[in-house]
Ligand binder design. Structure first.
Ligand SMILES: NC(=O)c1ccc[n+]([C@@H]2O[C@H](COP(=O)([O-])OP(=O)(O)OC[C@H]3O[C@@H](n4cnc5c(N)ncnc54)[C@H](O)[C@@H]3O)[C@@H](O)[C@H]2O)c1
Length: 251
């Protein structure tokens, strides 16, 4: 039997990039996948259905409680209670690297709003559904940048540090509900948005040279850990982070 057979999985930020790859991988493992984003996820839904998978999508901003509650309502009415939440939506490829003194306060606030508060809001909207399900798996997407720090990206790295802190603390509140809360920290990964990003060529070679496995990191490199954290094999693991970076950082 497939590892996520008929489990309902909600993925935020799934219209493109890593979120779309996660949605396809979970559908391949038998999950009923709910894709959401501020962008249209329908092309990804269609490709999942063409491959024999189950998926629906709805436009939803993770900073909008009404939209989140409607999304949960629709997921439950079409598929039943949500068991898996991947908090992937973030401002990432929309941002440019710059020295910290050049970051304006409104840009700082926007990054915190989407990356930190959005993760909190999506979690708050979905946990009641997990309680109805009787179990749950929350997978928060942080970043390897929080481990060693990187320059010229202070708002983003700070927001992703908060995701790890949120994961640890929230895991302690949700144990009695049989809900695991874990984090994946990807290294620099060639998502489609990053591949076309003007800052990517500056950091690509440098990152590759620091890895034990000296090649580019691909979205598929994240899938094993994602499925592990989503399926019952990881039922006694919570509050943890899996760093996936081809051995770049040892901590
Ligand atoms: N690609 C990498 O190297 C890398 C490394 C570490 C962590 N990450 C993290 O992985 C995730 C995906 O990265 P990606 O490379 O695919 O980036 P991306 O920028 O292509 O994807 C982010 C997605 O989030 C969506 N989004 C933005 N604001 C939103 C909002 N308010 N509500 C709902 N959706 C919103 C965007 O539309 C987009 O589809 C992000 O959390 C990113 O921080 C990426």
């Amino acid at each position: 039997m497939k590892r996520l057979n008929k489990k309902v999985a909600l993925i935020t930020g799934a219209a493109q990039g890593l979120g779309a790859v996660y949605a396809k991988a979970m559908a391949n493992e038998g999950a009923r996948v709910v894709l959401s984003d501020i962008l249209d996820c329908q092309p990804i839904v269609e490709s999942i259905i063409e491959n024999g998978g189950d998926a629906i999508s709805q436009v939803c901003d993770v900073t909008d409680n009404t939209a989140l509650n409607n999304l949960v309502k629709r997921s439950e009415s079409e598929y039943g209670p949500i068991e898996i939440l991947v908090n992937n939506a973030a401002l990432f490829t929309d941002l440019r690297r710059k020295g910290f003194e050049k970051i304006k306060e409104d840009e700082w606030d926007k990054v915190m709003l989407v990356n930190v508060r959005g993760t909190f809001q999506a979690t708050k909207a979905v946990v009641p559904s997990m309680r109805r399900c009787g179990r749950g798996k929350i997978i928060n997407i942080s970043s390897g940048t929080i481990l060693g720090g990187v320059s010229h990206f202070l708002h983003y790295v700070t927001s992703k540090g908060a995701i790890m802190a949120m994961t640890r603390s929230l895991s302690r509140e949700l144990g009695d509900d049989n809900i695991c809360v874990n984090t994946i920290a990807p290294g620099l990964t060639e998502s489609e948005g990053l591949y076309n990003h003007p800052d990517y060529s500056d950091v690509r070679e440098w990152n590759r040279s620091l890895r034990v496995f000296q090649r580019d990191m691909l979205p598929e490199d994240l899938i094993g850990a994602l499925l592990f954290l989503a399926c019952p094999d990881s039922d006694f693991i919570t509050g943890q982070m899996i760093n996936i970076d081809g051995g770049r950082l040892h901590y």
